[in-house]
Design a binder for this molecule. Structure first.
Ligand code: NDP
Ligand code: GDR
Length: 323
């Protein structure tokens, strides 16, 4: 019989890649979506006939329990969250409700409706924040620097706590930044590749940016969703860092994207103080050796391949809009 998986956040970047991956593995895929007056199914439109969508919201425990009862999942992937760091300063309480307490609601729903399901929590390198050691591993202490980071620390520890308290198979994947052409337009990689495409096609001239000196460890979303699945296929549940081990500045990302389109970034980029964050995470770089050793996980897509793919996709999209 086919295994059944429930994905919260299926309409997001990672949810769409994970749904594709699990369908390829022969799973019956269920996705939880929240109601909105316009649908947000763009990222899953190509697989919409192959997945079953169920209505639920992280704010509503009743809907979570009902979603789990309907899906009867073997595996639950909790990818839903308020995931944009700057919004967590303007909406700190909502971020805590979705990204922190939402994890408790889902774990409680799973514990009552399907306690033998395996659970994946989407934890984040933002938990390391003001880093206490470099590179960051599963044992590096957390020091979050935004309401989002604080909420993710809660989500991480409640997952560990439910594993230890109730013997659930619950894993926390501490994933570093990962991108793709499906990344939301507000995140730095996609903001840059989208602007490069618009500038190249004559639709824009300027790109306003915040801190160019911040460093991140950027990988590709398709590689990272494979790691989520691997975590749920092991003999026992555990937590894993997923990262490439390479760190680059935002400026290097900008240069790479402009170079790929044959443009000079200095002709177009303007620093906007409004985009500087109240507290910054200056430099992240992960050590994924535990995942490499125990999950045999390796990233396949390089940084340059990924940025080229994103620029090309945005160029094609904007060119289509011109005709
Ligand atoms: P996205 O922002 O692209 O997707 C977030 C998803 O959560 C969307 O499907 C959204 O639905 C859904 N969602 C938000 N609020 C609720 C709610 N109240 N109830 C139900 N669903 C909700 O995020 P990513 O795909 O990039 O990330 C997936 C997860 O991984 C997130 O938890 C994120 O914090 C975490 N993460 C991401 C990293 C990255 O680099 N991408 C790195 C580390 C962790 P809708 O379409 O309706 O808005
Ligand atoms: P991050 O991703 O906050 O790391 O969280 P983002 O791409 O938003 O920022 C990365 C770095 O770029 C700097 N930056 C800018 N960022 C944005 N968005 N826009 C700008 O104009 C800009 N200029 C400079 C930022 O200051 C920051 O240092 C992402 C999210 O996906 C989280 O959900 C996830 O948990 C972490 O990655 C790991």
């Amino acid at each position: 019989m086919a295994k059944r998986a429930l994905i919260t956040g299926i309409t997001g970047q990672d949810g769409s890649f994970l749904a594709e991956f699990l369908l390829e593995q022969g799973y019956d895929v269920y996705g939880m979506t929240r109601r909105s007056s316009t649908n947000s199914f763009d990222r899953i439109s190509h697989i919409i006939d192959k997945v079953t969508l169920l209505s639920g919201d992280l704010l509503d425990e009743h809907s979570l329990a009902s979603t789990i009862r309907q899906a009867r999942p073997d595996e639950v992937y909790n990818l839903a969250a308020q995931s944009f760091v700057p919004t967590s300063w303007s909406q700190p309480v909502l971020t805590a409700e979705f990204t922190a307490v939402g994890v408790s609601r889902l774990l409680e729903a799973m514990r009552s409706a399907k306690p033998d399901a395996r659970f994946y929590q989407a934890s984040s390198s933002e938990m390391f924040g003001k880093v206490q050691e470099t590179p960051q591993t599963e044992t590096t202490p957390f020091y979050p620097r935004s309401p989002y980071g604080v909420a993710k620390v809660y989500g991480h520890w409640i997952t560990v706590n439910y594993r230890e308290s109730y013997d659930l198979y619950a894993c926390s994947g501490i994933l570093f930044n990962h991108e793709s052409p499906r990344r939301g337009l507000e995140f730095v990689s996609r903001k840059v590749t989208d602007a490069v495409a618009r500038i190249k096609l004559g639709k824009a001239t300027e790109l306003r940016m915040g801190n160019l000196q911040a460093r991140r460890d950027w990988g590709h979303a398709a590689d990272y969703v494979r790691a989520m699945w691997l975590m749920l296929q092991q003999g026992r549940p555990d937590d894993y860092v997923i990262a490439t081990g390479k760190t680059r500045t935002v400026q290097e990302l900008v240069e790479t994207a402009f170079d790929h389109a044959g443009l000079r970034w200095r002709d177009h980029v303007v620093i906007d103080q409004e985009l500087i964050r109240p507290a910054e995470v200056d430099a992240l770089v992960g050590d994924a050796s535990k995942a490499r050793r125990l999950l045999q996980w390796e990233p396949c897509v390089s940084f340059h391949q990924m940025i080229a793919e994103m620029v090309d996709a945005d160029l094609a999209r904007h060119a289509r809009m011109l005709v």
